[in-house]
Design a protein around this ligand. Structure first.
Ligand code: TXA
Ligand code: MG
Length: 309
């Protein structure tokens, strides 16, 4: 049965959850202003309540109704929206994105997704929609409809099949607070691309309060059941090797035989899930170059391997 944008918008208005495709990963969406619906998201994911959600909006006008943007935030929105950049900025409206969705913070994360279907549903709904990745907390994000259904489908009243996610890793999260731009989560918009718009990013540790950090960045995140071993040169007995580059490992399991970072990002979570289903003793992953999109891929892999605190 096909579901219209109006059907999805009605479900959101009724306080139900929606499996929502985006260009990065599938989300589990709810009315950002409905605390009961937002609580159901935390429940479905098993997500700790101190980890705030991203408010997805249809355009920059809707974003500025929720958050206070300075010139730098506007320049970033202009450069990268619609698309995989999330901007954390001071809160303007306490009600449109409820306290629980923000984990009580006086800042709010907003993004305009690049997926046309997601934007159409949000526009039909008319207000912000919070949507964390549709995985259960700590697991790899779903990048196909089938994976989203498997993770949290039973909690959703409406499920939208938007095809495979083109980007495959979550949005880049930056904060624009007190005139300073900081990278909170590397993602598909690269550090280099952001710095080309706003200049050098602020570094943590120089008078930065904890409030500038992303509260949800726990160790052992994005993890399959099998142990993940990164920077691997070859598979050990019982392991599946996710290769990168020509001639590395079994081509069926390669992240990108061409050594292309975009392709590797698009394949990353899907391959981790597929490999996990084979019940290997472990999943080994080839070294991935650190630049550009490689920063986000390595970040997710280090967390999947349990290395980052
Ligand atoms: O690509 C994406 O961003 C996907 C799709 C579905 O849009 N969503 C996603 O949401 O990745 P989630 O909930 O899995 O990640 C949201 C991240 C977390 O790391 C959270 O801590 C951070 O954004 N965040 C949200 N609000 C924040 C705030 N006010 N200050 C700092 N970090 C915030
Ligand atoms: Mg997530």
């Amino acid at each position: 049965m096909t579901v219209s944008d109006a059907d999805a918008a009605r479900a959101l208005a009724d306080g139900r959850l929606v499996i929502l495709p985006t260009e990065t990963v599938y989300g589990l969406a709810a009315d950002a202003g409905n605390a009961v619906a937002v609580a159901a998201i935390f429940e479905a994911k098993g997500r700790p309540r101190f980890n705030p959600l991203i408010a997805h909006v249809a355009d920059a006008v809707q974003a500025e109704a929720v958050a206070v943007f300075d010139a730098q935030a506007r320049a970033l929105a202009e450069a990268f929206w619609p698309g995989p950049l999330t901007i954390v900025a001071p809160l303007r409206d306490r009600d449109r994105v409820c306290d629980l969705a923000r984990a009580g913070l006086d800042s709010v994360a907003v993004r305009v997704p690049g997926h046309a279907r997601a934007r159409a549903i949000i526009a039909a709904f008319g207000r912000p929609v919070v949507a964390p990745s549709a995985n259960r907390s700590g697991r790899p994000s779903p990048t196909t409809f089938a994976d989203a259904v498997e993770e949290t489908g039973t909690f959703a009243g409406v499920l939208i099949d938007g095809g495979d996610c083109a980007v495959g890793v979550e949005s880049t999260v930056v904060s624009v607070l007190d005139g300073r731009v900081s990278l909170l989560r590397p993602g598909s918009v690269t550090r280099e691309e952001i710095e080309a718009v706003v200049g050098p990013l602020a570094r943590f540790g120089q008078g930065d309060g904890e409030g500038h950090r992303s509260p949800g960045r726990m160790a052992l995140h994005y993890a399959p059941d099998a142990p993940v071993r990164i920077e691997a040169e070859a598979a050990r007995p019982g392991e599946i090797l996710l290769g990168f580059g020509p001639g590395v490992g079994d081509p069926r399991w390669s992240l990108s035989a061409a050594g292309d970072l975009r392709e590797a990002a698009a394949n990353l979570f899907r391959r981790l899930r597929e490999a996990d289903r084979e019940r290997p003793t472990g999943i080994a992953v080839s070294p991935i170059p650190p630049h550009g999109l490689g920063e986000a891929i390595n970040d997710r892999l280090r967390r999947a391997a349990g290395f980052v605190g």
